[in-house]
Design a protein around this ligand. Sequence first.
Ligand code: FAD
Length: 410
Amino acid sequence: MSGLWWVWEETNLKIAIAGGGVIGLSIAAEISTRYPQESVTVFAGLRPGATDAAGAMFNVFSEIDRNTLVFLPMFRKLEYAALALELWPDWAAKYGIPAHFCETLVHAQTDLDQEILNYIGVALKTFGDKFGAIDSGIAILQEGYVQPTRLKAALINAIHRNQNCIVRSTDFMRQQDDKSYDVVIWANGAYASMYFDFKVRTFYGNGLGMIFPGRFPPNIVRTPVRFNSCGINVLPYGADETYVGASNYISANSHVPKDVIRETCKYLAEQAEALTGARFISKGYRTVLGPRPMTEDGQPLVGWMDDRNFIVTGTRRDGLTISPRLAPDVADCVVKYKTFSNPIYDDWRPNRDPLRWLPKDIAVIQTTQSLIERAKLHNQDINLIDNEVLKKYNSNHIEYGVLPEYYEFI
Ligand SMILES: Cc1cc2nc3c(=O)[nH]c(=O)nc-3n(C[C@H](O)[C@H](O)[C@H](O)COP(=O)(O)OP(=O)(O)OC[C@H]3O[C@@H](n4cnc5c(N)ncnc54)[C@H](O)[C@@H]3O)c2cc1C
């Protein structure tokens, strides 16, 4: 029997997981299923989570942006997500997750959309996936979606079948709960920054989705990502509803002003109509709202913060997509090996300095283009934008590139 096996078999760890979104539940399902000798308590806090607001798609190629194929950390993340996508059918079968695997139709509506569509085409060829041309767009044949409440219910069912895991609907409180556990896995999404000081700046990417009665497109119809955000997507939601998403209101907390919500709903409904030809404006709907866990360098935060606290956050726009790969790796790292074998996790260390992979001149061009595209979509004056971005960089003495989505925070 090897030394590693001995460590794994004899640990009997008491593990707390703070956070009951897709990441916390997936990790709980993996640990409790594969390591029956460990005991796991999930603290599923009641603040709104990103998982509850998501569509939620397994979008890999349709999430490509202008930087994905060019800069190594982003390309590595694409490779990671592409492999996660391949794991989804087995993952869904293992935990009884009612996932749908289908086409994603990505349409271009603006010049910038068209440019990004070209990158998607290159990526699909590079990865050898099948795709076919459609009018002003691309059909990606191998992505999919799952209704997030059904996803969470399936994972909770799987967890409850195991004797060694319980789910409590309450926050993990450091002062009172800390001493009872050997390890705490912080899978609390955007809220992680309330508990830890990271060297990488983190943000709440507050996203809003609208749920309409009736099913409009049979599969996913969307634009490419826009302004380094998720673009517009329209897809089935459960048996008889349609999801239209999503906004990305970046902030230092989870508060979204009422007028922003109103404006966003109007914008999303108009864009969804333009995209699908179906009727959304003036139809009844409900909204779902939750914060994406965002980091300034676009990379997740995953790993040991110290010898008790393990962080898994910063999954940005694709926590659901990568969960079949992330959760088993985290389970093995926490219980068995204490370290990761995949070098991508070096990039994702939670106590790293920010990765400065985006050059300043490229960031200035991309941000200016994004602001112009956004102004055009909202019929605003584009002349005011000329040189504004470079002036702001220079007056703040910033010599590295900041992702366009964080421009307001420079
Ligand atoms: C509108 C929108 C659309 C999206 N679409 C997609 C998509 O199509 N595909 C995709 O892959 N990803 C998508 N994402 C991103 C994805 O939702 C996230 O990456 C993922 O859900 C993050 O999961 P999580 O479990 O880390 O965080 P969350 O789902 O945010 O869960 C964190 C939970 O932690 C809880 N919590 C906080 N503090 C504590 C504490 N002290 N103790 C216990 N619990 C605590 C909170 O209450 C919260 O419920 C989308 C996000 C949004 C907002």
